[in-house]
Design a protein around this ligand. Structure first.
Ligand code: GTA
Length: 327
């Protein structure tokens, strides 16, 4: 919510007052809430470039600097919820744009708390983060089991995103209060929590992730018959606990793994069936139930079969496939 004092100070350009205000520490977990008097944590953000934006999806991915550190900010307008309609119509200002016969359009100005923009900040961001969010041409790669071992595996071992945020969740150093369910078994267990793309305000874009306790499974490619009890456990308890918490039944869920994932620590995506989540297309998402059945049919299915996935034009892995003459 806007901080009135902040707005007034900014309008006055009063440097002394600004200097007295507490500064934002990018490493602290705090926002400035509505009444803390803190300067907005993002007031120091300087845009370098807009990586991509979409009028239809109403989001924007921005690369810039936050207090001298590289940062990526994602701004997303959130869906309009039915439960706020009463307040929205009662408490908003309405400015007429045009009127013609039975047709009128307005600019509706809701109170600030009904007009939030979901904001994700990645800081310090690496070059890999910047590339991840940049709109780019992609190419489909077909990776054999041998390609995985000789090209992909050495590449991801040298170049992947840190999974520190995953370990923080498993060690309860971050997001502990957001955990929806945990099976603490170190072989079969996992933590189920809201994905950071979901603001949890409505169920149409429900999105949770199940992160396994085991730290030795990178991705789909590592899965074999020995992991079936783990996968079956995730599907069963994940679905049960999503029903318990949100009342959403298993037949209204899409449960899948990404290949390639961004983070090479095994995790499973649970999203609302009707929600077109980023990365849920056939070129990237593998339904957990298909994965289980494939392994039941062939214990080493994911070590031997070719898997296809898209890679962005400037992805180093794409260059490795080219160098190996595989494209
Ligand atoms: N709770 O700290 C975290 C956290 N982090 C760092 C990542 N995730 C987290 N969840 C919590 N806390 O669903 C979530 C991610 C993702 C999952 C990792 O963990 O939100 P993955 O390893 O398969 O990675 O999953 P992947 O496929 O890159 O996931 P992601 O980020 O969904 O990206 C998929 C595609 O969608 C990318 O091309 C990306 O450019 C695009 N994308 C990402 N975010 C958005 C968005 N908000 N809107 C539109 N497109 C998006």
């Amino acid at each position: 919510m806007a901080d009135t004092k902040h707005e007034l100070d900014a309008a006055d350009g009063n440097e002394n007052d600004a200097a007295k205000r507490p500064r934002y520490d990018p490493n602290s977990d705090q926002g400035n809430g509505d009444a803390s008097g803190l300067e907005s944590p993002l007031s120091g953000f300087k845009t370098t470039t807009v990586l991509r934006d979409s009028a239809r999806e109403k989001n924007m991915f921005i690369h810039g600097k936050l207090n001298d550190q590289e940062a990526v900010i994602i701004l997303e307008k959130t869906p309009i919820r039915e439960d706020i309609l009463l307040e929205l119509f009662r408490c908003s200002r309405l400015n007429l744009d045009m009127s013609n016969d039975i047709y009128r359009t307005y600019q509706l100005q809701p109170p600030a708390h009904l007009n939030e923009i979901k904001t994700t900040v990645i800081c310090p961001a690496t070059e890999k983060h910047v590339k991840k969010y940049q709109l780019q041409e992609t190419y489909l790669v077909e990776e054999s089991g041998e390609d995985y071992r000789s090209i992909t595996l050495p590449y991801i071992q040298s170049q992947s995103f840190s999974v520190q945020w995953v370990y923080n969740i498993l060690d309860k150093k971050a997001e502990a209060e957001r955990i929806v369910y945990e099976d603490p078994d170190q072989e079969l267990g996992f933590v189920l929590l809201p994905d950071f793309k979901w603001d949890q305000k409505q169920l149409n874009d429900l999105y949770l992730i199940a992160i396994v306790h085991r730290r030795d499974i990178k991705s789909l490619r590592d899965l074999n018959v020995l992991h079936l009890p783990l996968l079956i456990n995730i599907r069963k308890k994940g679905e049960e606990n999503i029903f318990k918490r949100y009342g959403v039944t298993a037949n209204k869920l899409k449960v899948y793994l990404h290949y390639q994932p961004s983070y090479y620590h095994l995790h499973v995506h649970f999203t609302a069936l009707s929600y077109e989540a980023p990365g849920c297309g056939v070129e990237r998402a593998h339904l957990l139930s298909d994965v289980i059945q494939n392994i039941q049919l062939d214990y080493e299915y994911y070590q031997s079969r070719s898997l296809s996935f898209p890679l962005r034009a400037d992805d180093g892995l794409l260059s490795k496939f080219r160098e190996a003459g595989r494209l």
